[in-house]
Structure formats: C-alpha cells, structure tokens
Design a protein around this ligand. Structure first.
Ligand code: NDP
Length: 281
C-alpha cells in the first residue's frame, strides 16, 4: 500500500517551530526578521504565490514588504530598488518573484541581490557554495524535498536517485544536495532517450518537468519513492507531473499534488529568512 508524503502537515510543523523562534525574538524586544518580495507586472500565478508568502510571514511574525512594480519598469531602475533593499538593515531576505518581463535580464537581477540576503538561494555565489558543499542558502524547493525524505525516514545514502528536469531552481540544485547525502544521482531532461528505462531502475524518482501526468506506471520500479514537484494547471485544477492514479499501486511513497512539495517550498523560504536574519543580526 502506497504511503502519502504529507507536505502540508510537515510544512505546518516547521512553520510553527519558526513562529516559536520569532515569538522569543519578540519577547527579547529584538528587531523582527524582514523579508522583501519583488513582484513585477500582473502575472496572476505570481500574485497568488506572493500573496501566500505574505500571509505566512504575517502569521508567524516575519515583517513582509511586498514591492510591486509596473511591467514597464526598466532593468536599471529595478536594480536601483534592489540596491536600496540590500542596504536596508530592516530587511534580511530579498526574494525576486519569477518570471520577470522579457525586457529584464533575469540573471542581472538575481546577481544584484546581496548573496547574504538571497533567501531563494539563486545567486551564483550561493549555488557555487552549494556545489562545493559549504553552508549556504539552499533553494527552497530542493531543500524542502530533502526535508520531506528525511522526515519520512526515507534513506538517501547509496540509493539510485533519478531527477527529471535540470532547471536552475529545482533539478540542478538537487544534484549537490543528493550527492552530499551519498546518493547515486542521474539527471534526465528533454533530450534524454529511453527515459522510462532509466527511471525504472531508480529507488527515488523526483519529477520536475512541468508536464501534467507525464510520469506513468511504466516509469516506476516496484517500491520506488516518487516525489512530484510539478504544478500544472489543467482545466482550472492543479496537477502534478506524475499520474498519481497510475503510479500509486507501484510506488512505496508518493507526494500528492497539491499538498506535497508545494507547501514545503514556502516553509523553506521562512527557514531561509530566519537563517538570513541570524547571520545579519
Ligand atoms: P523548467 O521549465 O525550468 O524546467 C523543466 C525541465 O524539465 C527542463 O530541464 C526540461 O529539459 C525538462 N523536461 C521537459 N520535458 C521533459 C520530458 N518530456 N522529459 C524529461 N525532461 C523534460 O521547470 P521548473 O524546474 O521551473 O519547474 C518544473 C515543474 O515544477 C513545473 O511544473 C513547476 O511549476 C514546478 N515547480 C514547483 C515548485 C513547488 O514549489 N512545488 C517550485 C518550482 C517549480 P531541458 O532542460 O532539456 O529543456
């Protein structure tokens, strides 16, 4: 019988622990942590994500500053705005809500955030530190996945882990995280041939491709652990990259969508913001 990996419940536990830490900061009359979120344009999905992050911040006592800019803002002006936040002692973390409009170079914006305030862990300095195994800000979704595996006592050491997807925000940062935990890691992407032959051999499969219900029963070996990162909107419903009904009779553990990896991403953002605060204070 497959076991559900309940990311909602674990994320609530983690967020509650962070809230307690912030309560004691407040009791000591210290400055509270501050997170600035930059939102450019009116992408509805981005607005929903920013709203969710703001709500959690408010609930646990992180001061949330949402900076909204029109689609027409220039790259130069946006970098100037980020520079103000870099120098603001009340702001510990800066998050750039992606995607940005096409006329703005995403790389230049990410690199304009001070690495010590880069709570998303996307700055090349932080990514470099991660690959070298140094303490750093780890991107929230990959970090959340590792926390889920650990919480469910799913052994990573010496396991064959296959990652589907090689994006800078999910697939790539998972590689060093899993290597540090002594997994044997394989990364697949859109040019991989015979994908299901590779995934069938995996003890743990992590799907982050953005293709609804793509991973079917024939991709999964008996008893494999399946982590579904995908968030796809199909007919107004959120669907993962894994065809849950197809896979549930073969896998040993599976993350549901919604309620699996997604809530962990927000919990890890709070975790990284508190970490930035502690480095900063
Ligand atoms: P990207 O679009 O940036 O990357 C997708 C990756 O999947 C690419 O590396 C691409 O390969 C690969 N890919 C695409 N099609 C296939 C295929 N048929 N077979 C194998 N590999 C394929 O996506 P993201 O990493 O940003 O996001 C992936 C999914 O995760 C999305 O659904 C997104 O919404 C979701 N997501 C969820 C989060 C959460 O909190 N749960 C957070 C972030 C993302 P190539 O490099 O060759 O193009």
């Amino acid at each position: 019988m497959v076991q559900l990996i309940d990311g909602k419940s674990l994320s609530n536990k983690i967020i509650d622990e962070i809230r307690k830490d912030i309560d004691s900061i407040r009791l000591n009359n210290q400055r509270l942590p501050g997170l600035a979120v930059i939102l450019v344009g009116n992408d509805p999905a981005s607005s929903i994500y920013v709203g969710k992050k703001e709500k959690v911040c408010n609930a646990i006592g992180i001061r949330s500053l949402v900076k909204k800019y029109d689609n027409t803002i220039t790259e130069k002006s946006l970098i100037e705005e980020i520079s103000l936040l870099n120098n603001d002692n009340n702001i510990d973390g800066i998050l750039i809500q992606l995607p940005l409009p096409f006329h703005i170079n995403q790389r230049n914006i990410i690199e304009s955030v001070r690495p010590e305030k880069d709570v998303d862990g996307f700055h090349p300095v932080n990514i470099g530190n991660l690959f070298l195994g140094y303490n750093t800000f780890v991107p929230c979704t990959p970090l959340g996945i590792i926390k889920l595996l650990d919480y469910y006592n799913i052994n990573i050491k010496s396991k064959r882990v296959v990652i589907l997807g090689r994006s800078n925000i999910v697939g790539k940062p998972l590689i060093p995280l899993l290597l540090q935990r002594d997994a044997t890691v394989t990364t697949c992407h859109s040019k991989t041939i015979n994908l299901s032959e590779i995934t069938k051999e995996a003890d743990i499969i992590i799907a982050a491709i953005g293709k609804p219900n793509y991973v079917k029963r024939e991709f999964i070996g008996n008893g494999a652990v399946v982590i579904d990162v995908g968030i796809n909107r199909v007919d107004g419903k959120i669907t993962g990259d894994v065809c849950f009904d197809d896979v549930k009779n073969v896998a040993s553990f599976i993350t549901p969508v919604p309620g699996g990896v997604g809530p962990m991403t927000i919990a890890m953002l709070m975790h990284n913001t508190l970490k930035a605060y502690r480095l900063h204070i």
